[in-house]
Design a protein around this ligand. Structure first.
Ligand code: ADP
Length: 157
């Protein structure tokens, strides 16, 4: 069984992430989408909420599993999306470190779909604030949640 893991912050999941998930899912028997907690990034959504949003978006895809931490023991491959050369350096460095930590795990890079090379969760969060139409950037199932959460965090903070 070929299992891969796709880690990220997914705060929130964008159409760029979803495109990588769908393409990677075709290459492996199982794809584990793993929400990583980054102590240096202040999230809009909690890790549990991010998992919930992803769950809704991938509900119809048969071979996706979700996790809040890296279940790397059975996964031999880490999938990463590459948007631009700017992603490349940090991602290659990370892949070398990961391989050092676990020689059984390798990293595979998928180039971003050309429609999404500019897209990041950070850009989306910025656009929500300006009231931009979001259907080109976010899966439609979660647009309302992102708007609502942005509104709440604006009010609270
Ligand atoms: P970001 O917060 O920048 O959107 P994440 O940490 O959530 O990034 O991203 C997780 C993984 O998804 C990384 O491998 C990243 O390069 C990839 N990724 C993010 N956005 C895109 C996109 N638009 N197209 C392709 N890959 C992407």
């Amino acid at each position: 069984m070929k299992i891969a893991i796709y880690p990220g912050s997914f705060d929130p999941i964008t159409l760029g992430h979803l495109n990588i998930i769908k393409r990677a899912a075709l290459c492996f028997d199982k794809l584990i989408v793993c929400v990583m907690v980054n102590s240096q990034k202040n999230g809009l959504f909690t890790p549990e909420e991010r998992v919930e949003l992803i769950r809704r978006v991938v509900a119809k895809l048969p071979n996706i599993l979700l996790a809040e931490y890296a279940k790397q023991r059975r996964a031999r491959v880490i999938v990463k999306g590459l948007r631009a050369v700017s992603d490349f350096e940090a991602e290659v460095q990370m892949s070398v470190i990961n391989r050092k930590l676990n020689p059984n795990v390798d990293t595979m890079f998928l180039p971003s779909h050309e429609k999404y090379t500019y897209l990041s969760s950070t850009v989306v969060k910025e656009m929500v604030r300006y009231g931009v139409e979001l259907s080109d950037f976010l899966p439609r199932e979660i647009i309302q949640d992102v708007k609502k959460k942005t509104e709440e965090s604006r009010r609270d903070g």
